[in-house]
Ligand binder design. Structure first.
Ligand code: GLN
Length: 483
């Protein structure tokens, strides 16, 4: 395999800065692999390296970046996995993408995703499912499945995605890479095609924790075009911790007990990781998150309610697809929306519209918001005694393509352990903790708002102790490179 591909993004950046690697060659090595992608991870690949000077001295040193389709990128298709946005090329670039470009990470390509980020398997994309490089008969997870598969297969050095209920962490877990969902408000949502605005956050999907820190450092910050964005209270540092001495880990029975349906192989890897954490000096104790089992129910009212409002703008007038334009306005609306949206998106619009309708609003949406407050309070109480809450990221490893497509409720259970954190607005990271039957398992750590530096440090110490080897997936990506 091309030795450039074996470098982490941070290592590649360092060698570019030391003038040992030509950034144009690095870009082309990845561009060739991405262009030959046979996982359907990319929906668009840059036709050539960006013109002009390579930002060799910039912090990200010209290391190319894969970007989830729903980030608007000026002049480049930004379709959010939907037919309704087919051919849409925005006139502007999302703030986090612009920030990363300015820091020296050129755009390598746009990655496939579940339509409007609704899904856990990438099978809801209008552009076809993505295959998991560990086993091509299985899903990569979702909704940022293209980003996760691209990084795991070495088709991109690193990528960004979005997480509303788990869409960075769950695909990271299923593909054996690192995924971080930042504190709500840490990254601007400007230019991110919205799913559920009170939950959506951008974050990195990377080969290791150091790469995640490096990328995150250039994503965060207040943006006057997103009034919910905040100045991050400190600089994001490169994590250096090698042990966990004094760190108190809480294991919530509600998410890790029998109720969550955690697979035996995942449980084994989770317990082995807890033992490793203790070996590194952490204390591990059970904790309580009494309302966490209700997180999915609250999420599946709040997220669809917000989605139904956000998706009202796709009416055939302003963006992308327009059908039946001659037959009158109402017919044009309904034809455009019935042909443009997929089944899961329609399901959520109907659920959300119903939950917000007068007479039902208090019973459904209002109650869900109260549950959300309780969940946030549970975490606040837990963090009085614990530094981090830990769980398996996903109850199971990558499942077969098609295994859950006929059963939306079974699909929703993928996010049992990842949905509580975005409801509380807190950050969480997933790191690979090992393999179960040859498939990656994810370990999740969640911390209080703005604890990203401590979270990255803890994840870094654990990552070193675990020593996960992601190279089999990159070798699988090699068949793509040979085309
Ligand atoms: N799988 C969850 C859903 O379908 C979460 C998606 C996400 O985080 N964007 O809504």
């Amino acid at each position: 395999m091309n030795e450039l591909i074996e470098l982490t993004a941070a290592a590649a950046a360092q060698r570019v800065r030391a003038r040992e690697i030509d950034p144009a060659e690095l870009f082309e090595a990845y561009r060739a692999r991405a262009a030959a992608d046979d996982l359907n991870a990319f929906t668009w690949v840059a036709p050539r390296a960006p013109a002009g000077e390579y930002p060799g001295d910039a912090p990200l040193a010209g290391v190319p970046l894969a970007v989830k389709d729903l980030f608007c990128t000026e002049g480049v298709p930004s379709q959010a996995g939907s037919r309704i946005l087919e051919g849409y090329r925005p006139p502007y670039t999302a703030t986090v993408v612009a920030n990363l470009q300015r820091a020296g990470a050129p755009l390598l390509g746009k990655t496939n995703q579940d339509e409007f980020a609704m899904g856990s398997s990438n099978e809801n994309s209008a552009y076809g499912p993505v295959l998991n490089p560990w086993d091509r008969a299985r899903v990569p997870g979702g909704s940022s499945g293209g980003s996760a598969a691209a990084v795991a297969a070495g088709l991109a050095p690193w990528a960004i995605g979005t997480d509303t209920g788990g869409s960075i962490r769950q695909p990271a877990a299923l593909c054996g890479i690192v995924g971080l969902k930042p504190t709500y408000g840490a990254c601007s949502r400007f230019g991110m095609i919205a799913f559920a605005s009170s939950l959506d956050q951008a974050g990195p999907l990377t080969r290791d924790v150091t790469d995640a820190a490096l990328l995150l450092a250039h994503m965060v910050g207040r943006d006057r075009r997103d009034s919910t964005s905040l100045e991050f209270p400190e600089a994001i540092r490169v994590p250096r911790a090698e042990d966990l001495s004094g760190i108190r880990l809480g294991v919530p029975e509600e998410l890790t007990g029998a109720g969550g349906g955690v697979e035996p192989g995942v449980r084994e890897s989770f317990e082995a990781t807890l033992a490793r954490a203790e070996g590194l000096g952490a204390s591990v104790e059970p904790c309580r998150l009494p309302h966490a089992p209700h997180a999915l129910s609250a999420y599946y009212l709040i997220a669809p309610a917000e989605a139904s409002a956000n998706l009202a703008r796709f009416d055939g007038v302003r963006y992308g697809l327009r059908e039946d334009g001659e037959a009158g306005l109402v017919s044009m609306y309904s034809q455009t929306r019935s042909h443009g949206f997929g089944a899961e998106v329609k399901r959520r619009i109907m659920l959300g519209t119903y939950a917000l309708s007068s007479g039902y609003y208090d019973a459904y949406y209002g109650t869900a918001q109260k549950v959300r407050t309780k969940i946030a309070e549970d975490f606040r109480t837990a963090f009085e005694r614990f530094d981090f809450i830990v769980t398996p990221t996903s109850p199971w490893t990558a499942f077969a393509l098609g295994a859950k497509t006929d059963d939306p409720l079974a699909m929703y259970l993928n996010d049992f352990c990842t949905v509580p954190m975005p409801l509380a607005g807190i950050p969480a990271i997933s790191i690979p903790s090992g393999l179960s039957d040859g498939l990656p398992v994810g370990f999740q750590l969640a911390g209080p708002a703005f604890s990203e530096n401590r979270l990255l440090d803890a994840a870094h110490a654990l990552e070193r102790a675990i020593g996960f080897d992601g190279s089999p997936a990159r070798r699988s990506g090699e068949s793509a490179a040979r085309g």
